[in-house]
Design a protein around this ligand. Sequence first.
Ligand code: PMP
Length: 363
Amino acid sequence: MRIYLDHNATTPVRPEVADAMARALRETWGNPSSVHAEGAAAREAVEDARAQVAALVGAEPRQVIFTGGATEANNALLCAVRRRLVTSSAEHPSLRACVEALQERGVAVETIPVDGDGRLDLVGLEAAASQQTDLVSLIWANNETGVIQPLDEVARRLAGLAPLHVDATQALGKIAVEGPWDFLSASAHKLNGPKGVGCLVARREAPVLLRGGGQERGLRGGTENVPGIIGFGVACELARKELAERSAHYAALRDRLWERLRGIPGARRNGDPGSVLPNTLSVEIPGAEGDALVQALDLEGVAISAGAACHAGAVSASHVLLAMGRSPEQALGSLRFSVGYGNDEAQIDEAAQRLQAVLERSG
Ligand code: PMP
């Protein structure tokens, strides 16, 4: 029996989502921009999905701009920054890469540090932001450690100073995300939806993300990914209905896993355990080689991650853990477990046992 504990990398598509998408591929194949009945049916389905996404994030449907995922949403919003950006040292690569491009263009970028538990320096943030700041862009819940930044407090400190963008890709479907942000990016495949579809939600005027045929109120050209958008909508609807129950279930599994692993000599959790995603457990095992452990566990039928899957193939230490003051050795010896749909207690116990066995073998 394989045990999948890498839901921060991606999640299995829920059957309800797959069914809705399969139906859409067969039946709702019209172009939403067309005036005829086929087009109208597709348009209506996209608008229904927009309402479902909006309901989960606490926005007006018209504020939801569908994209090809969170990477696109992050890129498009950040590319519009002309003068000053404030961000953090623990961002996702899709944001870090944009920051480098902005700096090459001469944009002033202030990077706010995080502490040893991954918590943002809020005083530094407030000091860095000013009315000259075009955008403050922060990862809400970290993909590697699961650490959740205190958004209410962040927004209070930024009030009247600068617009706030949150990368809520890992937060959506795991915690409530209606909070006081101005822009939010997310991706469907992190909450049991399909890959290659996501959104930028803009409570303020948004820049044009892609020039094209006027779709998405002229903000994101290109014929809509109708089945993907429908799948995203269903995934959001399920998440909205199940959020409380889901996060309690995930947290119980995560805590059970930590109970099973905390006895490993020297093992310690990465990230503030008081403010962490219910599904995420990042553990440092002294002297371990995270990458080798991930491969050994894979052979034992357990899927986890040594850092972000987005770094797969690269053996460099996680920049998030380095930003938290870990040494490269400590970062490379860290494992990320992320639970989700389909996991149960028996799987957690079994995964912990298989890890113990692998560790004993590798001595
Ligand atoms: N932001 C965060 C926090 C993520 O975890 C991810 C996915 N690893 C992304 C952005 C990018 O999402 P996508 O690859 O679906 O565009």
